[in-house]
Design a protein around this ligand. Structure first.
Ligand SMILES: [Zn+2]
Length: 515
């Protein structure tokens, strides 16, 4: 590694000046890179040269660091200081301010250079020398620990989050002046009392329950099938679609450790660590006025969007036809690839986005609460047609309606979740030697070659395809759902009834499956 142990480090100070190196972490998308920050002080004009930072960030970084040092009662070094960051990372951000500042001060001889080696410093500097919280502390600290650097200095607000990384020794910092003081006197206090708790067993609990949803047996069944197979769902009509979508996570199996970690890192990068769902599959339900950047994320700010906050969980679009077209059509990419790829400003980033999609749509564009609908059939058709691209990827449809309030309470989430889990275990067992875990993930070619259904079931679906109502893509979805229905009954492979059931779910019980 460059700069890890250069000649003159930690002691080669000339007239109190010299060389110092430390570490920061840069994030590109959700991927964290540990970077070397080196500073060299030489006699000359008092100025700072930043090397290896993206052009756009150099000036503000230099201004913040200079002001923060001056306002931390440390004199600005009377020397020509060169700070270099390597490797050059296009996504480098203000989280590196603190590392740059301590490197400058160590090179200038204000703090002993050896005390900043072997540590990672994270934090954005305020002009007054305060240390501001940064997003993405969880993936950044995890990367540092993986790189063998367990001692991390982080903004105090982020200390709890950092301490969740097993093996991290966390020092919370509030002001640059305190960090300088503690480094000078060798009393940098690491948080040994925040030993990470042993990892709990995956489990989840929810504030909502399927038992709360009145009536709607078809939609409840559709929800269960989607949970069991990982299929996307379309709920149409005026009814408790949002209640059902909000309860989908409560019947999904809890996340395993790896998935929970992925989700926690995304929430950290989004600045929502406090809302991270733990082992519960997350629910992300953006409003239909959301911009494409809010939905897909922003590479400029390295901020994941709503689709990534749904990773490993559920993305619910209520009033789906009301979303802007770039959002509706843009969703096909993450649906097909399980990730979002963004590029711009000379940067590019990928964010994970593998989720179960639940679309809700009322029958027409009438404002909610209007008594009488005056929409023409053509207006209704155009409204629904906005979803056409998405619906070609949705295997299950069901109508929702506000039933009579006297409807019998439905089953609890726990009862449904038990059946879902059993079906998932069955599918996972069958798919054990493959990269896929749910029926929804199995590619069409493998459905044909590796997982044949019973002849009568195949015959029924083929005849349906011959009528021209079901496309080749549609046929693959029918096969996947047929497998899920077989898994839910505990059968070895889909029979005629499963194929018929898949067709019914595909069309939607009200025959409203227009696509
Ligand atoms: Zn209407």
């Amino acid at each position: 590694m460059p700069g890890r142990d250069p000649p003159g480090a930690a002691g080669g100070l000339v007239n109190g000046m010299g060389y110092a190196s430390t570490r920061a972490v840069a994030l590109i998308g959700i991927t964290a890179h540990v970077v070397d920050v080196e500073a060299d002080a030489a006699p000359g004009d008092a100025q700072v040269h930043l090397v290896g930072l993206p052009e756009l960030s150099v000036w503000p970084a230099r201004a913040r660091i200079r002001a923060a040092i001056l306002n931390s009662a440390a004199a600005w070094p009377d020397a020509r200081i060169t700070v270099s960051v390597s490797p050059v990372i296009p996504g480098y951000a203000a989280a590196a301010d603190l590392a740059l500042a301590v490197a400058v001060l160590a090179a200038a001889g204000v703090i002993p250079a050896q005390r900043i080696m072997g540590r990672v410093f994270l934090g954005e500097l305020a002009l007054d020398g305060g240390i501001r919280p940064v997003r993405g502390v969880l993936p950044m600290v995890a990367a540092a620990v993986r790189a063998g650097i367990s001692r991390v200095v982080v903004p105090a607000e982020c200390a709890r989050e950092a301490a969740r990384v097993p093996g991290a020794v966390v020092m919370p910092a509030t002001r640059l002046a305190d960090v300088v003081d503690q480094l000078r006197h060798g009393v940098l206090r690491d948080h040994h009392d925040q030993e990470p708790e042993p990892e709990p067993a995956p489990s989840s609990s929810f504030a909502v329950d399927l038992a709360d949803v009145p009536g709607n047996p078809a939609a409840r069944r559709a929800l269960e099938v989607c949970a069991a197979g990982g299929h996307h769902l379309f709920l149409s009509g005026d009814g408790p679609a949002t209640m059902l979508a909000e309860r989908l996570p409560s019947i999904l199996p809890p996340l395993n450790h790896e998935a929970a970690r992925e989700v926690a890192e995304i929430y950290s990068l989004a600045g929502h660590s406090d809302r991270a769902p733990g082992f519960a599959p997350p629910l992300s339900a953006p409003h239909h006025t959301s911009t494409a950047a809010a939905i897909f994320g922003s590479v400029a700010g390295n901020r994941p969007g709503a689709v990534s906050l749904a990773h490993r969980g559920v993305l619910h679009l209520a009033d789906a036809p009301e979303f802007v077209r770039p959002v509706l059509d843009g969703l096909c990419r993450p649906l097909d690839s399980g990730q979002v790829h963004l590029a711009g400003l000379g940067r590019s980033a990928r964010y994970p986005a593998r989720f179960t999609l639940v679309l809700g749509a009322r029958p027409c564009p009438c404002p909610e609460g209007r008594e009488e609908c005056a929409c023409t059939p053509e207006a209704r058709r155009r409204y629904r047609a906005r979803l056409a691209l998405l619906l070609s990827r949705v295997a299950v449809r069901a109508p929702v309606e506000w039933g009579d309030s006297g409807a019998r309470a439905g089953e609890s989430s726990a009862a449904v979740a038990a059946r879902v889990l059993a079906a998932r275990v069955r599918a996972a067992h069958r798919l054990a030697e493959t990269p896929w875990r749910t029926n929804a993930e199995v590619p069409a070619s493998d459905l044909r070659t590796r997982f044949p259904v019973a002849p009568e079931a195949a015959e029924l679906l083929r005849s349906e395809a011959n009528t021209g109502l079901v496309t080749a893509d549609g046929l693959a979805w029918l096969l996947r759902v047929a497998w899920t229905l077989a898994d839910l009954r505990g059968a070895d492979r889909p029979q005629l009834d499963d194929a018929a059931g898949a067709l019914e779910l595909w069309k939607g019980a009200d025959g409203d499956g227009a696509r």
